[in-house]
Design a protein around this ligand. Structure first.
Ligand code: DOR
Length: 430
């Protein structure tokens, strides 16, 4: 008897592992079961005139739950992800309580399992590392290097290595940041924040991390110097990968003029020469991954003095739409974009069922009409942050987002919170 499929996505231009193809996608039990037909399916989505891409995997989000749920929670954060074409997220451990042991891990797992609309992973912080790894965390980090002494950092990296886990490092050297902050803290122009955490802080932190660990991931790279160190290390065969956030590509220190402390982020905004270098690194693949560092805070908090405002901007919903626009403007190839938001994240973080449109993979898909450009408007976004640094910027939002063959968002939420599944760690490839 012929197999009956649950869903057919027909007439789309599909981004397969051999590039764009006009091919039908047949889905059964949440998996891509056949590329090309004909077969029979219970339901059909007509994607004529549309691109069908693998869902984005955002390896760096701060969904704030448990803890500061007035800024974000699993439901709002994951809805925001789905609306922006993100089908899997990796949540960071700096919640309240911090995810530092199996107990805090289980608390977060329970909240996410009941409320997430997209699939999710949970990172553990530098706490009881063995315990966290056994619980199924995806990686250890982000480790905020400026919170630790060199001796403490070396100890953390050693423990992560012994536990066969991947460390992800927020690279800003404590000593440099403390020294420079002391020198600038009497001034209040937002640009001072970038001087207080200079390029050197990132370069020194990366250099040290590379000397202490031979398998690591660098979070939100922001400087030319950091990029050069990573290129050099990759050239020597060191297993280092890195990510860049849209805000470090799209804003530089001149943007403080208009948005002031709303653009306070860690690491801080840099010069246009750093932005240009990051674009080059992203294009040539020296920067492996695009990740949002979605870090929601409320406008009331962000409008404070530069030293008082919390660092971070929301971004999970706007990352793919902004970058699809960058593809349209020839700043990035579609091939590299898909690699940086889907394929590479799946590879680096060991998400073997995710990341590409291939038979046997989860049917995590985004349907995109690349002719439909709209202006970003915070009123139409879903984060509890309720503002965006990208207000008015042109972007291409997906028409539809599917997770494991189920439409989760098509302008409206189509499933119940709790549909998202936890992806237990399946070991980093070595
Ligand atoms: O700007 C940032 N905000 N950078 C980080 O690394 C953390 C984040 C947050 O959690 O608010």
């Amino acid at each position: 008897m012929a197999i009956s499929y649950n869903l057919l996505i027909k007439n789309g231009r599909v981004y397969t592992s051999v590039g764009l193809k006009s091919i039908d996608i047949w889905i059964k039990n949440g998996k891509i079961s056949s590329l090309g037909g004909p077969h029979h399916a219970e339901e059909t989505i007509n994607a004529r005139g549309m691109l069908v891409l693998p869902g984005a995997i955002d390896v760096h989000v701060h969904f704030r739950e448990p803890g500061a749920t007035y800024k974000e929670n699993w439901e709002s954060g994951s809805l925001s992800a789905a609306a922006g074409g993100v089908t899997t997220v990796i949540d960071q451990p700096n919640t309240e309580p911090k995810t530092l042991d199996s107990r805090s891990f289980k608390l977060k797992l329970d909240l996410a399992s009941h409320n997430s609309v997209v699939d999710f992973c949970i990172n553990g912080g530098p706490g009881i590392i063995n315990d966290l790894v056994k619980s199924g965390v995806t990686a250890i980090g982000e480790v905020f290097s400026y919170e630790f002494s060199d001796i403490e950092l070396q100890k953390i990296l050693k423990e992560v290595e012994t536990a066969h886990a991947l460390p992800t490092i927020h690279s800003e050297d404590r000593e440099v940041v403390e020294q420079e902050t002391e020198a600038w803290k009497h001034l209040h122009d937002p640009i001072i924040y970038s001087k207080a955490r200079p390029n050197k802080a990132e370069a020194v932190a990366i250099e040290k991390a590379l000397s202490w660990s031979k398998n690591l991931h660098i979070c939100h790279l922001s400087t030319l110097e950091g990029l050069e160190l990573i290129r050099e290390a990759k050239g020597k065969g060191i297993k280092v990968t890195c990510e860049v956030a849209p805000h470090h590509l799209l804003f530089d220190i001149k943007d403080y003029l208009k948005q002031k402390s709303f653009l306070k982020v860690n690491p801080p905004l840099r010069n246009s020469k750093d932005c240009n270098a990051l674009w080059i690194g992203l294009r040539d693949g020296s920067i492996d991954i695009l990740a949002s560092d979605h870090a929601p805070h409320l406008p009331e908090e962000k409008k404070d003095d530069i030293w008082e405002a919390p660092p971070g901007v929301p971004g999970v919903e706007t990352m793919l739409p902004l970058m699809l626009m960058a593809v349209k403007r020839n700043l990035l190839s579609l091939e590299r974009l898909v690699d940086a938001v889907s394929t590479k994240p799946a590879y680096v973080f060991g998400l073997t069922s995710k990341g590409s449109i291939e038979v046997g993979k989860d049917a995590d898909l985004v349907v995109v009409d690349s002719k439909r450009i709209s202006q970003i408007n915070a009123d139409r976004l879903h984060s509890r942050a309720d503002w965006t640094p990208y207000e008015g910027k042109p972007a291409i939002f997906p028409q539809m987002t599917l997770v494991r063959g189920q439409v989760v968002y098509d302008g409206d939420l189509q499933i119940r919170p709790g549909y998202g599944r936890f992806l237990e760690k399946q070991r980093v490839l070595s």
